[in-house]
Design a binder for this molecule. Structure first.
Ligand SMILES: Nc1ncnc2c1ncn2[C@@H]1O[C@H](COP(=O)(O)OP(=O)(O)OP(=O)(O)O)[C@@H](O)[C@H]1O
Ligand SMILES: [Mg+2]
Length: 431
């Protein structure tokens, strides 16, 4: 405990010092003859208690008190005013300025020691309280950190489970569809060749009939048979059927090829990695795949416009970036649908690049995002959908993948006159 006694009277200084020593107050004592000396001592060393005379030539006790209480440096220093009867009127001001107590002059030993001990106790309690407060704050901080880690872990587990479940489903469907699609596809090849053969034979029959007509074969039975065939050909519109057959086969083959492509994309999707598997990828082709996977969300309901530039390949995890685009594009389709129950919903997907990034912008003309929730939409579990409709994880997963796992950027802004724009930027230099 360090105590500074400030008084312009040497006698008072000595009396106070002697009382502290005689009463075995455990402290070191510093003496100052004036306000100026007191300030200079306070500047140089730590003081716990200042015993401060009010009336002094030069800096008065009140002025010294003002200096002490105006600085954060002395916030733990207790100031006790030494007052004579005639200073009583100033005491009120001293308390308003922050003095903690006063001692009457001439100094009475019992009062003096009681006040000093009370001040020492106050300092001790204050210090213990501060220590306890620090401990509680640090425990609180640790608790919030643990809570945050817990939420993040829970979020990743939920997300991982969700992706695994969808992945397994996708893999299952792809597997089941693959075999029938395989034989339908190869049957089409055979079918096309067989039809050609049948067509050749029909042509040969036609030629035979023409030759018979030219030779004038008049056998009644043969004529009847030929007429019957001709009538039948007419009634089934054989010319039209033969003409249409090629188109039908080609169209069906196209359909089977498209279904096979979807199976391939589903298989790709089923292999989504949880750790980035960084390879050179073409962002345009990733978007095409995502548009295939999400087609049920927009086909026949929303206009999807593609505005792709010829962009360079970029290092990224194909599976993870697919996930990002699925989440962002699904949001766009869903929110556009909410605002356009009829026709008029539109989502434009643009790609481009600058000298550092490949860029994908998903622009919709839905309701857009209210300014007050703009900085919350990337938080895990934040959703404006009805209970049970959305997990609120889509954008937080997208943010984590783009920003944390790819050193990229994911920003959102509102579109004019309405709608939202999500911009994904992936750097060429992935470290
Ligand atoms: N294109 C958009 N237009 C308007 N609001 C959007 C759009 N995309 C996201 N939001 C807002 O951001 C919120 C969070 O989106 P996020 O994808 O994380 O979760 P969600 O879509 O609500 O749930 P889930 O993805 O699990 O279905 C949404 O609830 C919505 O309020
Ligand atoms: Mg979503």
């Amino acid at each position: 405990m360090d105590i500074l006694i400030v008084d312009d009277s040497k006698l008072n200084l000595n009396i106070a010092q002697d009382m502290l020593i005689e009463n075995h107050i455990q402290c070191s004592i510093v003496l100052a003859n004036s306000g100026e000396e007191a300030i200079s001592i306070l500047d140089k060393m730590h003081i716990d208690i200042v015993l401060l005379d009010i009336v002094m030539p030069g800096l008065s006790g009140v002025e010294v008190l003002k200096i002490i209480k105006s600085s954060d440096k002395y916030k733990n220093t207790n100031v006790i005013m030494l007052t004579s009867l005639r200073d009583k009127s100033i005491l009120k001001q001293c308390f308003e300025l922050g003095a903690s107590d006063f001692i009457n002059k001439p100094i009475d030993s019992t009062e003096f020691i009681a006040r000093i001990k009370a001040s020492i106790r106050e300092i001790f309690y204050k210090e213990s309280l501060e220590g306890a407060f620090k401990m509680v704050s640090s425990k609180n901080k640790k608790l919030s950190e643990a809570n945050k880690t817990l939420r993040e872990t829970q979020f990743y587990i939920t997300q991982k489970e969700k992706i695994v479940a969808v992945g397994e489903l996708a893999a299952g469907i792809a597997h089941e569809l693959n075999t029938p699609l395989g034989y339908v596809s190869s049957n089409f090849e055979v079918f096309k060749k067989d039809i050609e053969k049948v067509k050749d034979i029909i042509t040969m029959y036609h030629d035979l009939i023409s030759q018979m007509n030219a030779l004038g074969i008049e056998n009644g039975d043969i004529k009847n048979a030929v007429d019957k065939i001709k009538n039948e050909e007419k009634s089934v519109h054989l010319d039209f059927v033969l003409e249409d057959l090629d188109g039908l086969i080609d169209e069906s083959k196209d359909g089977v090829d498209k279904a096979a492509e979807i199976v391939r994309v589903l298989r790709n999707f089923a292999e989504i990695e949880f750790e980035p598997n960084i390879k050179l990828n073409d962002l345009n082709s990733i978007i095409e795949e995502v548009l295939l996977i999400t087609s049920s969300e927009y086909k026949g309901k929303i206009t999807v416009e593609k505005n792709f530039k010829d962009i360079p390949m970029v290092s990224c995890s194909r599976g993870m970036i697919s996930q990002v685009l699925i989440n962002i594009m699904t949001n766009a389709f869903q929110f556009v649908k909410i605002s356009y129950l009829e026709k008029g919903g539109k989502v434009t997907i643009e790609t481009s690049n600058d000298d550092k990034y490949v860029i994908c912008r998903v622009v919709d003309n839905g309701p857009g995002i209210r300014p007050e929730i703009m900085n919350r939409i990337f938080n895990p579990f934040f959703t404006t959908k009805d209970v049970g409709e959305g997990t609120g994880l889509g954008l937080s997963v997208a943010y984590d993948i783009v920003v944390n796992k790819h050193n990229g950027q994911l920003v959102v802004e509102n579109n004019k006159p309405s709608g939202a724009i999500f911009t994904v930027k992936l750097p060429f230099d992935y470290d």
